[in-house]
Design a protein around this ligand. Sequence first.
Ligand SMILES: [Zn+2]
Length: 301
Amino acid sequence: MRTSRHGLITIGALLAVLVALLAYPEWLLKNLRRDAYGANSNRAQGAVIELAQIGDEASIRTLCELFEETGDETLRELIRTLLLHHSRMLPTYPPAHAPGGPVEPVLRLGGRLLLLLDGDIPERVQEQLLVALSKRLGLPCVVEPCPVSLAGLPKNDLGAADAEMMINLVARHVVGEVGRVLIVTRRELWATGRPWTPGMAHGFGATAVLSIGALDPTRDGGPEDWERYARRLENVAVQALGHTLLRTDLDCPRAECVMHRVASPAELDALAADFCRICGPLVRDGIRRITYGATAERAPH
Ligand SMILES: [Zn+2]
């Protein structure tokens, strides 16, 4: 009887230790936010060092968040070192999913929007996105070729690529981003639970994808209509990036919002261009965090 009680106590204690260990980075971050850059900067520094020593994905993410919030430049190098170290530990995709093989991550810090072009994207489309997105989101845009081949991603029966895997794959190559990333591809996409996927973001990531192939009005034999095409590109890109700024996968229930779910080209054509009064301030808040986290001149908080 005594032995089994001891056994139970031991198991209970082990479980408590496990729970404590799992919650530890979270607790550290809470303390950090309280102490950080205020009354107790020594303790904040200690917590940063501890997070760095834990060095797992969650700790790195919390350090990135902290960098976004505080703009503390000393965190930048620390995150960079951790990411480089961590990327070597990450499980690699099966060869078929990573035709380029493992690539050293490219660290980009700064309140920018990075458009990553997957293959040949028409100049006109690039230009439309650059102008529209810098205007609508107020973030400076940079265009670069996608750093990894997306040809080997698994496809569904209709030949559409797995959007979530695409985002995950690219996000691994552009890490530490406090701005936002938009993959621009001709490939058709699919995602679980979505009848139509012209664009997508998922989780709390900074990366979204836009499929231009799905948006071209001539795709289903319709007449050429650049205005319509341009408006579709813009709204799907804004919606996908909006999710990364709102940090949610959920679509807005309000029909008057650009974040409202669309399930077909016709619904997209009828979609409102603006954010609603709920999403608008939240998106602006997300942009502000990116911008202030990326520059030395921050608003006081
Ligand atoms: Zn909304």
